[in-house]
Unconditional design. Structure first.
Length: 128
């Protein structure tokens, strides 16, 4: 996705203004900055059970969770982009791993895709 250059200066101006305003003393409590008061209010909201406030705090402290991938997806990505490394990590000769991968892909392509047909495919532990 191409960056939209016309938005960058606006973002910089808004950020600068917010930093400046939040650094000022709070009008009702000169011993605290506006930012400190905002943060205190956010924590108060979280303590009262506001899930959005709690989420915002956790996101700032822990960082937002990245895209999660299950183990099967991770193995598929690794097998597609770094098969030799995946084979080496599992103590399998690369040629054997690549042959097994090819067999897996071919078998996967041959599987029926309708629900009724899937029921007839023998699974591990089945009596067929």
């Amino acid at each position: 996705m191409k960056k939209q250059p016309y938005l960058s200066p606006i973002r910089g101006i808004i950020s600068s203004e917010l930093h400046e305003i939040l650094a000022r003393p709070h009008p009702q409590d000169a011993t605290r900055t506006r930012l400190q008061r905002v943060c205190e209010k956010l924590v108060d909201q979280a303590e009262e059970g506001n899930l959005m406030a709690t989420s915002m705090i956790f996101d700032r402290i822990e960082g937002r969770p990245g895209a999660q991938m299950d183990l099967n997806q991770a193995i598929q990505v690794l097998a597609a982009h770094a098969p030799e490394e995946l084979a080496a990590a599992n103590g399998i000769p690369a040629k054997q791993f690549l042959a097994t991968k090819q067999q897996y892909l071919e078998a996967k392509d041959e599987q029926p895709t309708t629900e009724g047909a899937r029921e007839s495919i023998p699974t591990e532990g089945s009596t067929e």
